[in-house]
Write a protein that binds this ligand. Structure first.
Ligand SMILES: [Zn+2]
Length: 283
């Protein structure tokens, strides 16, 4: 399924169950779908976030409680609901009577795990509730934190929805040590066709705040500073902005938000002005 189909599935549940305010409660959504939800006994399967199981024609969700974080638990439950409602998932998991499917945390894994994670983000941060809450904030990391608080979601999951909806020219980068794990561009940023989104395993720009923080022993640091787009992107434009960096406690990863103080139309207009003033040789 593509992203907009997954978003529509989440939207359908939000409407069907008349959810009109944040935070969304995936426990009650599961209940409405006749799926029983229970905490997973502590002694099983260390690194597992959650599981979907079948007994006869009944389905159940187990969620891990070893990480005592309600946001993490809600995300896990929403992820398992995703397997239940997304096209092709139950067929792929092929759960027979007595079977169990284990899910792992994080935004990695196979196609089905990624789809279920994206579904969970859309279910817990649905439109238009999310965009309405977002419009109350200025662009930047404060907005992501504020939304994460309102939706009871992790900073990373919230940043992924933020970058999808923001009208600002911005990018989210998740990194570890000196390497980029993944990056996402806002719609406005994607309009700059010649600026390429950094791929997995690309080096972080040496000298960037993110690079500095990743090298330091300070594991829970949080910093921000002024940047130019050219500091981060070779094919970028001469545009001012800010870099905001938060260390993501448990996983030694870092979340960076780059926000640029311009928009696509303005940049194109500047480029047109410059080229109209350039001397034309050979005429
Ligand atoms: Zn899963």
């Amino acid at each position: 399924m593509n992203d907009s189909e997954i978003r529509a599935k989440a939207q359908e549940l939000i409407q069907r169950f008349g959810i009109k305010k944040l935070p969304v409660d995936p426990f009650s959504i599961a209940g409405n779908l006749n799926i029983s939800v229970r905490p997973k006994p502590c002694n099983q399967e260390g690194g597992i976030a959650g599981a979907l199981l079948r007994s006869g024609n009944d389905f159940g969700i187990l969620y891990a409680t070893n990480i005592p974080n309600i946001g993490y638990q809600k995300f896990t439950v929403a992820h398992e609901i995703g397997h239940f409602v997304l096209d092709g998932h139950m067929a792929h998991l092929r759960l027979s009577d007595g079977d169990i499917h284990y899910s792992t945390p994080g935004f990695y894994g196979d196609k089905y795990e990624r789809e279920a994670n994206y579904f969970a983000a859309c279910l817990l941060m649905p439109d238009p509730l999310f965009t309405q809450a977002m419009s109350a904030n200025d662009d930047g990391m404060e907005s992501i934190k504020n939304l994460a608080g309102k939706c009871e979601t992790s900073l990373t999951a919230t940043a992924i929805r933020y970058i999808e909806e923001t009208e600002s020219m911005s990018a989210v980068v998740v990194s570890e040590k000196d390497k980029i794990l993944y990056s996402l561009f806002s719609k406005e940023m994607s309009e700059l066709k010649k600026v390429k989104r950094p791929a997995k395993d690309m080096p972080l720009p040496a000298g960037s705040l993110t690079y500095e923080i990743n090298q330091s022993a300070d594991s829970l640091g949080e910093r921000f500073g002024d940047i130019n787009m050219l500091d981060w992107f070779d094919n970028g434009f001469d545009v001012e902005g800010k870099e905001e960096v938060v260390r993501l406690g448990n996983y030694e990863k870092t979340l960076t938000l780059l926000t640029f103080y311009s928009d696509y139309a303005e940049i194109l207009e500047d480029e047109r002005m410059v080229s109209s003033w350039e001397p034309r040789f050979g005429r």
